[in-house]
Design a protein around this ligand. Structure first.
Ligand code: GDP
Ligand code: MG
Length: 310
């Protein structure tokens, strides 16, 4: 799977979302509990206005429970949304969304008009799996398909509540390079321009600072190596990821390490905290302003050149 976000793509999705949003009573955004910040779609913040919102921290089975609770508290307080931590192993919990959603729009309960909720999420967060659990039948294709919902789907969940699947495909935080790496570590972006050795080294650095104990336990290390390079070499030797010439096979050890992280072999891991998100958001704003300034300057130069020509 190779997912690319092109300006045309993004423009169309923005238009579609902007068109359906005003009619919605509620938005349900599916996040990956391992990266609640980076798996957010930036468009929603832009277009939601004051529409009530539920944020699902999905794949909680792969995340760190303590951090999931920390994120829920932070999101409810800072973003004024309701949250639920869900996973495909707990369908009753997922179906709890119906109750929560209904309670959030009390005026429409028992009335003539349905409560209309929009479900959104970047690819691979588990949106289709959730839709199928809520509907109790297979409506959406799950797995390796970044299938674009072409027609607006209308799924009745109860007497009062109707769910709409988002048209178009939403992109993650592409502006923030660190988000790109963390999305890649979780496997949300599978086939990117970033090579998996680079992703594995990023993961090693991150886990060495955030989860040193887990690394020591999983790889039976008495001491954590001083650098991520030393860690990768140690792992390579331990797992026989060496070439016939006795050199470290970086490609193979990187794949192995990422596979172990993604499949939960190191236990539940959450790669970001609210404090990290707050810090990075400041940097992202600066990048965005810088880009806007450059765009303006380029336009100015272009205008001057054209007026001289005339
Ligand atoms: N471990 C785990 N995997 C999940 C969970 N939910 C979905 N998945 C898997 O994640 C992948 C993407 O799920 P899908 O529903 O197609 O995501 P979508 O792209 O957001 O519609 C599939 O392989 C699912 O089986 C979850 O709660 N836990
Ligand atoms: Mg899907």
């Amino acid at each position: 799977m190779s997912v690319q976000w092109y300006p045309g793509h993004m423009h169309k999705a923005r238009q579609q979302l902007a068109a359906v949003m005003p009619a919605m009573d509620l938005v349900i955004e599916v996040l990956d509990a391992r990266i609640p910040y980076s798996s957010e779609n930036p468009l929603l913040a832009e277009l939601r206005g004051d529409t009530p919102c539920i944020r699902l921290l999905n794949k909680k089975d792969l995340a760190d429970n303590q951090r999931t609770e920390e994120w829920q508290a932070w999101l409810e307080q800072a973003a004024g949304v309701k949250t639920l931590a869900t996973s495909l192993h707990e369908s009753a919990k997922v179906r709890g969304i119906i109750d929560l959603a209904t309670k959030m729009v009390p005026d429409k309960v028992g009335g003539d008009k349905d409560i209309e909720a929009l479900i959104i999420g970047i690819p691979n967060v588990g949106k289709s799996t959730i839709i199928n659990t809520l509907a109790q039948r297979k409506i959406a294709k799950t797995g390796n398909e970044p299938a674009i919902t072409k027609q607006q789907q209308r799924i009745r969940l109860s007497e009062d509540l109707v769910l709409f699947d988002t048209p178009g495909m939403l992109w993650p935080k592409v502006e923030n390079p660190d988000s790109g790496y963390r999305l890649a570590v979780t496997g949300a972006i599978r086939d990117t321009a970033i090579d998996h050795t680079e992703i594995a080294y990023y993961a090693a650095e991150l886990l060495m600072s955030q989860y040193p104990q887990r690394l020591k336990e999983r790889y039976e290390l008495l001491e954590l190596p001083a650098t991520e390079d030393a860690f990768m070499s140690a792992l390579a030797k331990q797992r026989g990821c060496v070439t016939s010439g006795g050199r470290v096979d970086y490609d193979r050890v990187s794949k192995l390490f990422l596979q172990e992280i993604r499949s939960g072999k190191l236990g539940g891991l959450t790669l970001e905290t609210p404090a990290m998100a707050e810090r990075e958001e400041v940097l992202v704003k600066q990048l965005r302003e810088e880009k806007a300034r450059k765009d303006r300057e380029r336009k100015e130069r272009f205008k001057k050149k054209n007026s001289k020509r005339r």
